[in-house]
Ligand binder design. Structure first.
Ligand SMILES: Nc1ncnc2c1ncn2[C@@H]1O[C@H](COP(=O)(O)OP(=O)(O)OP(=O)(O)O)[C@@H](O)[C@H]1O
Ligand SMILES: [Mg+2]
Length: 309
């Protein structure tokens, strides 16, 4: 297994501070390239943040109507049960009007509307509708959890498993046709972090894992655990194509992508790297071509003093 631990400046300030004037003379064009990359990264991370805000705003708006649709369907189900009981009583009384004009009309109507079929189908439709609304409600909740706009945009104590779960639901569409997700969660304490940003990291690692799976169906395994009292880790593994050793040093570079135009911008890992750095953690990757990759994010449980400003 090849292990690559990246050590490179991840913020605009670090890029600038990392160069002495003499060096800057020597490689001004390199510096300006790095500056423009850092700028692009900042723009991308702002774009992601505003997408998160937008998603959470929409989720908030949908929440209310979904709430009453859900509760109305529950009430409708009860009303329908009553109506069916009433209908059964009419049916039981029907022989009494058989042969009369009213009786014939009732019989014709029953046939033309296919009453038997309706009685079978209506409960199915209701159950399906309820299930659909339940799913929408869950997605809305996950979107809210995922972007946490209602939370302070601040360091907070967060349950990483909850973050992983809401992220999994958000990316479910990308994953479900490609891979089975296996969870091997350990016991994690709450971690002091910027939860929406950590969720972005999980999202990128999960989507990358799904993209790496070239076979008909693969497995993505999520493991979590604690290193010691002060540090936790989250690993996302896939059994996809793997990364050739010569490519490993570049995968965290901004705009490094092996995906076709339109499928990847090559910013996911570099942004993730920046986010994890900001949390004083690190990302490591182990990979074997043809067998798969494991990305391991380690995070301190607590952010010390200055880090919180
Ligand atoms: N799990 C993985 N398996 C194999 N290759 C990977 C994996 N994760 C990342 N890579 C490689 O690293 C490259 C960079 O990943 P990164 O997430 O930064 O960008 P991207 O996925 O190509 O595009 P973006 O995330 O911006 O949509 C990928 O194009 C791919 O070649
Ligand atoms: Mg990516």
């Amino acid at each position: 297994m090849h292990t690559q631990q990246q050590e490179r400046p991840s913020t605009l300030a670090a890029v600038v501070a990392g160069h002495s004037p003499a060096q800057a003379d020597g490689d001004a064009s390199d510096l300006s390239r790095q500056l423009s990359q850092a700028q692009q990264q900042l723009m991308q991370s702002e774009r992601l943040a505003s997408i998160g805000q937008l998603a959470a705003g929409v989720a908030h708006e949908i929440n209310n109507p979904v709430g009453y649709i859900f509760s109305n369907i529950g009430t409708l189900e009860r009303y329908l049960a009553d109506l069916f009981r009433m209908l059964a009583a009419y049916e039981a009384a029907e022989p009494q009007i058989a042969g009369t004009p009213a009786g014939r009309e009732v019989a014709e109507l029953r046939e033309s509307i296919e009453l038997g079929y309706l009685k079978d189908d209506i409960p199915n439709l209701m159950a399906e509708t309820l299930e659909g609304v339940r799913r929408v409600r869950k997605i809305v909740q996950d979107l809210k959890d995922f972007s946490r706009v209602d939370a302070r945009k601040d360091w907070e104590w967060a349950d990483l498993h909850r973050g992983l779960e809401s992220t999994l639901n958000i990316v479910n569409n990308e994953l479900k046709y490609k891979a089975d997700v296996v969870r091997e969660y350990g016991q994690l304490p709450e971690v002091q972090c910027l939860a929406p940003e950590i969720n972005q990291v999980f999202m990128n690692l999960l989507v990358n894992a799904a993209h790496a799976i070239e076979q008909a169906r693969g497995t993505i395994t999520i493991r979590t655990g604690v290193t010691d009292d002060a540090q936790v880790w989250v690993e996302i593994s896939d059994d996809g194509c793997g990364i050739p050793p010569e490519r490993l040093p570049r995968i965290f570079d901004p705009f490094f992508t092996t995906k076709p135009v339109g499928q990847g911008t090559g910013l996911g890992l570099s942004l993730s790297y920046g986010i994890v750095q900001k949390h004083h953690g690190n990302i490591e990757v182990r990979s074997l071509p043809g067998q798969g990759s494991t990305f391991r994010v380690s995070l301190p449980v607590r952010q010390e003093g200055a880090a919180l400003s």
